[in-house]
Design a protein around this ligand. Structure first.
Ligand code: NAI
Length: 395
């Protein structure tokens, strides 16, 4: 079939297998270009990434593989392709990455299923026990719309809503580049609770507890989950909204998990990462407008980073290669330091004030945003002929 990108409400319904492979190859090429001069001795050799098929999780898998020949296991939720329907980008990217790892003689396996379930946790521990014995690093990088409770089968849904009162803000229709206004109704208490259930730290804690009980976490291992703070303009929708409550919970649970990992002399951290175009972030109102302004400012200042650059810096300059892991006053790793720089934020806010509903976005990197959104689904590469008939089942 001819595979084109189909987008509905900022969600891409299709993915291109060859383009997804290109996305992975580009991340590998970036790391190959950075390899010399980087100390890799302390990098982990056996890594589990929960949510490792796209976005920050995928890069967290690629970095230790390419820099330290690590063996990796990914757990992610994917739709497989059929003759007439494309798979999720995570399916193609995982396939492409595992092929690349294979070419280098490196172990890379995946478990596709619901990370919240007991069965997947069990299958993952079994796989680690059989093939790696133990892991030295566990990255928790899930971004999920729902969670089914393993015990009760109750389904919790995460929502992105303000808390306390409705909130209206400018946002971006990323296909047309038009500035739009969006009003979101405030969340009910139940919705706040449910979002914390899905995106908070409970499942991360359950994973660590279970893997510890199974004896598959190595002495001195680390676990890291990803969070976001961002500027005040996004607070009502993000940090002070339902998702922010979940992130607060994640950050609180990090302290508990750090305590759990003492059993193996390990550590747990939350890393606050930069705002980036991923499948998860593109559907958060306000965020696409903020990101398109931020990208332009950071590119102008020559400090822009994508997923792979962020995770490269996280691994080589925060988690490993330093005597102690540098953290802020609340114990969090800050890899969002460049995004949050005063000069960057002031300039983004100046540009924010220029935006008017119903007009094209101004002084923004709309093209960069759109291109990246295409790339994370395997589209928009000059090297790929999108008019060619491809079998979506072939990678
Ligand atoms: P993403 O959508 O690219 O990746 C999410 C991953 O979770 C995918 O591998 C997906 O398959 C997996 N997943 C979702 N539901 C699952 C389930 N039930 N079982 C197994 N796997 C499942 O998202 P992104 O943006 O990389 O987010 C990862 C983490 O990073 C999230 O916690 C997010 O809040 C955080 N973060 C994201 C930022 C951004 O701007 N994108 C900024 C800072 C933090």
């Amino acid at each position: 079939m001819i595979i084109r990108q189909k987008i509905m409400r900022n969600v891409s319904l299709t993915a291109h297998p060859q383009g997804c492979a290109q996305y992975v190859k580009d991340q590998i090429a970036f790391l190959e270009s950075k390899k010399t001069g980087v100390k890799t001795d302390s990098l982990p050799k056996r890594v589990l990434v929960i949510g490792g098929s796209t976005g920050y999780g995928l890069s967290s898998r690629i970095v230790p593989t390419i820099l330290a020949q690590a063996k990796t296991v990914n757990v992610s939720f994917e739709r497989e392709p059929t003759e007439k329907k494309t798979a999720t980008p995570g399916y193609y990217m995982t396939g492409a990455f595992e092929k690349e790892a294979g070419k280098r003689g490196l172990y890379a396996e995946s478990i596709y299923g619901d990370a919240f379930s007991k069965e997947v946790k069990e299958a993952c521990a079994d796989l680690i026990e059989k093939d790696l014995q133990q892991v030295d690093l566990i990255i928790y990088s899930l971004a999920s719309p729902a969670r089914t409770d393993s015990e009760t089968q109750e389904v919790y849904r995460s929502v992105i809503k303000p808390i306390g009162k409705d909130y209206t803000s400018l946002s971006l229709d990323m296909q047309s580049g038009m500035v739009v206004k969006e009003t979101l109704q405030s969340a009910t208490e139940q919705q706040v609770h449910d979002t914390v259930k899905v995106m908070g730290g409970e499942d991360w804690r359950d994973w660590i507890e279970y893997l510890l009980d199974r004896g598959v976490i190595a002495e001195g291992a680390m676990s890291v989950a990803y969070s976001y703070i961002g500027p005040e303009i996004t607070y009502p929708m993000y940090r002070e909204g339902t998702i922010g409550k979940a992130k607060e919970d994640l950050e609180e649970k990090a302290a508990l998990i750090d305590g759990q990992l003492k059993r193996v002399k390990g550590r747990a951290f939350v890393s606050v990462n930069k705002a980036l175009v991923t499948r998860a972030s593109s559907v958060i109102p306000v965020v696409p407008l903020y990101i398109s302004l931020l990208y332009d400012v950071m590119k102008e200042k020559n400090i822009h980073e994508d997923c792979i650059a962020q995770i490269f810096r996280l691994f080589t300059m925060r988690l490993y290669g330093t005597q102690t892991v540098p953290v802020d006053e609340r114990g969090r790793i800050r890899i969002d330091d460049l995004e949050m720089r005063d000069d960057v934020q002031k300039e983004v806010m100046r540009r924010w004030a220029l935006q008017t509903e119903g007009e094209m976005v101004k002084e923004a990197d709309l093209e960069g945003f759109q291109r990246e959104y295409q790339h994370i689904h395997g589209f928009g590469y000059d090297t790929i002929d999108y008019d060619l008939d491809v079998d979506p089942r072939e990678m």
